[in-house]
Design a protein around this ligand. Sequence first.
Ligand SMILES: O=C(O)[C@H](O)[C@@H](O)[C@H](O)[C@H](O)COP(=O)(O)O
Length: 261
Amino acid sequence: MSTAPQLVVHRDKELMAQAAAARLITRIVDAQASRGSASVVLTGGRNGNGLLAALAAAPARDAVDWSRLDLWWGDERFLPEGDPERNVTQARQALLDSVPLDPKRVHAMPASDGPYGDDVDAAAAAYAEELARAAGPENHGPVPTFDVLMLGVGPDTHVASLFPELPAVREVDRTVVGVHGAPKPPPTRVTLTLPAIRAAREVWLLAAGEDKAQAAAIALSGAGEIQAPAAGAYGRSRTLWLLDAAAASELPRSLYPPASA
Ligand SMILES: O=C(O)[C@H](O)[C@@H](O)[C@H](O)[C@H](O)COP(=O)(O)O
């Protein structure tokens, strides 16, 4: 069942990143308090990395028990290990290298010079198996119930590496697939599918800047998920759009600002 999106609009992208980082710290701390550990799915892109950099700079980051946090990725650019364009490389620079994570809990997607070589479909299948191994009986499916899954939103409404009309966004069975011919470079990618994304308790979509205004308006106005993948990204208990004022500037008045009581 889809959860109706909630919108939070911040003045600018810096404030959005700081507020989202504070929100993420709270979610992780709460999950660790109630379940012992937390799981978060990271996104690539400027907004996701901006959030991680804001988290690195937040004094409250020390409230997190980093050794009891599982990190997964929503998508990865299929490039060699350590490539500066890989999402995991950028996340390491922004935050991961400066906090005491348990390396066994950092579930990076495979690189193009890893055990599967340049076979992106085999790499995707291996990541699906890794997710399935981490899913317990309480998860009722082939992926863990992530506490928070974050997604940047592209100007064409893509999320993760699910681009409008491409086969990956139509996938209903597999949880992770290889992407060939993505319109955003690099063309070869690994991505969670919509069913895997929807296993998360909370899905947060991050959009900042004028170039995201149309995408946000389309995705939030009842578009289909094949044409507008962001419209198909929702969480089991919460779907949150975190926007800056520029990205919210074309939203229909009925959505934002919220009607006053
Ligand atoms: O690997 C990637 O490129 C991403 O995961 C992609 O889905 C990204 O999140 C969006 O394109 C938004 O990116 P920006 O935040 O940079 O606009």
